[in-house]
Design a protein around this ligand. Structure first.
Ligand SMILES: [Zn+2]
Length: 475
């Protein structure tokens, strides 16, 4: 998420080692139920503000519907229970004490049925009813790592790329222990089954997560499922036995076709709110800013900043981020930020970049040299910084200058035209492969392996002719 050259924010999160006692319960749980709910509510507001709620009333409603039915069947049927789809491309779900449960919009296209959704929610509900989260909270208190850690470091206003850092950190801190996850599987399968959904959904879900673990980049923005939950392979065998035991005589809903039919339109990858990478340009249609990164550099749209680096070379990087709480003149903002990041100004001055007021300077750190531009665009101040190891700065200087010069604001009409990738549907023709299907109609939006997994298959298989599959499209 934040690479070596993450400038202003270098947050070191000591991972609280969450070793759940063998009993799996509450040994470190110092919180009363009321405290749990209060803690959950507070963090809920933070998450909603920083990560933002995914703007899709239909999906919010269906996740809530399934979640509430199961919560009522759980060991703590009483409210508050809340189920929210957050606007994050990571594949994850998490729970806060007090019954606040989140799934990312990124996990939705990977679910093969409503039963799989039910089992995700069942697993998270179980983390709440078994007080796993509260226990993690208590440990955070013990180790002095409160949720407020990142608060002062991360910008407050924008979700996605320019916010969410602290949330990402807190979700990571909510990493569950081995026993906690096995326990949550067991309870979750039970909740799904007693609420009328097929418990085998958990097996399908874990298989998908297992396949994804081989292809997904885990470091983007919000941590993925695997960084906060136990590895799926380890859980599948145990879950299979539970499923057999949980399969009762009653009707058990799977709802695969209906569920898939509602997927088209779900945002895939970066959303407008997070800013979108298109070729070598990063565009943010909400902030109406754009930056062209050097040709061929690998761009990563992280939780707190966008970073670009030349392939396979760690000697240089360009980062773009919004400066939080920038007040005073640009010269002062530059001084404050760079001093805080332990850089000394070598030279610098006020200038304009594509008509925008800017302060551009060269700064020296312990081992790196930085060319940094603080640029005022509308109500935000952006930082574009080229960072290089001292001995590599000379070579990188021209590239840094070109990148900084490319920063621009965009007209509303251009911003309106920038649309995210979305899930679409496609009927397979003879000769189609996962590779050919991934190559169009939105090239490079999804790799063939991920596309196959989204369709419950592996990339080595051949998509079945005439079957309707999920694809990624540009609307
Ligand atoms: Zn879990």
């Amino acid at each position: 998420m934040i690479r070596r050259y993450g400038l202003a924010v270098v947050a070191v999160v000591a991972m609280a080692c969450v070793t759940t006692p063998a009993s799996g319960r509450s040994q470190l749980n110092f919180l009363s139920v009321a405290q749990e709910i209060a803690l959950g509510r507070e963090s809920d507001q933070q998450i909603r503000a920083d990560m933002s709620v995914y703007d899709d009333a239909g999906w919010q409603a269906s996740v809530t519907r399934v979640g509430i039915v199961m919560a009522k069947q759980s060991h703590h049927p009483n409210p508050p229970w809340s189920f929210v789809v957050v606007d994050a491309s990571a594949v994850n779900a998490c729970a806060l004490p007090g019954g606040f449960i989140y799934v990312t919009r990124g996990i939705v296209p990977f679910l093969q049925s409503e039963a799989e959704l039910a089992n995700v929610l069942g697993h998270e509900i179980a983390h709440v009813t078994a007080l796993h989260g509260a226990s993690a909270y208590s440990k955070q208190q013990l180790t002095g790592l409160g949720l407020g850690v990142g608060r002062i470091l991360a910008p407050e206003k924008y979700g996605g790329v320019f916010g969410g850092l602290e949330v990402a950190m807190s979700l990571t801190l909510l990493k569950h222990g081995r026993d906690a996850d096995r326990g949550a599987d067991r309870l979750g399968v039970g909740y799904a089954s007693s609420s009328g959904w097929c418990p085998a959904g958990m097996v399908g879900l874990l298989s998908t997560l297992g396949r994804l673990s081989e292809v997904l980049e885990l470091s983007r923005g919000v941590p993925n499922f695997l960084t906060t939950h136990l590895l799926p392979e380890d859980r599948i065998a145990a879950v299979k036995d539970l499923v057999t035991a949980a399969q009762g005589p009653g009707a058990q809903t799977v709802n695969a076709a209906e569920f898939s039919g509602r997927l088209p339109g779900v945002v895939w990858g970066d959303s407008r709110e997070q800013g979108i990478v298109r070729g070598c340009e990063f565009v943010h249609p909400i902030l109406r800013i754009a930056l062209r990164f050097p040709d061929g550099w690998e761009i990563s749209n992280g939780a707190s900043q966008v970073t670009a680096q030349p392939d396979g070379e760690a000697q240089a990087a360009v980062v773009l981020r919004v400066v939080p709480n920038a007040s005073g003149g640009l010269a002062q903002v530059a001084r404050t930020q760079m001093t805080a990041a332990k850089f000394t100004e070598v030279s610098g001055g006020e200038t304009t970049i594509n008509g925008l007021c800017a302060y551009v300077g060269t700064y020296r750190g312990e081992q790196e040299v930085v060319r940094a531009a603080f640029i005022a665009a509308g109500s935000t101040t952006s930082l574009v910084a080229g960072v290089a190891a001292a001995q590599a700065f000379g070579r990188a200087q021209g590239t840094f200058a070109n990148t900084i010069e490319s920063f621009r604001t965009m007209p509303q009409a251009e911003a309106d035209q920038i649309q995210p990738f979305r899930v679409g549907q496609y009927t397979v023709w003879s000769g189609d492969t996962w590779t050919s299907t991934a190559a169009s109609p939105a090239p490079r939006a999804v790799d063939p392996a991920t596309l196959a997994i989204m369709n419950g298959a592996t990339v080595a298989s051949t998509p079945l002719v005439s079957v309707r599959i999920r694809v990624v499209i540009v609307v």
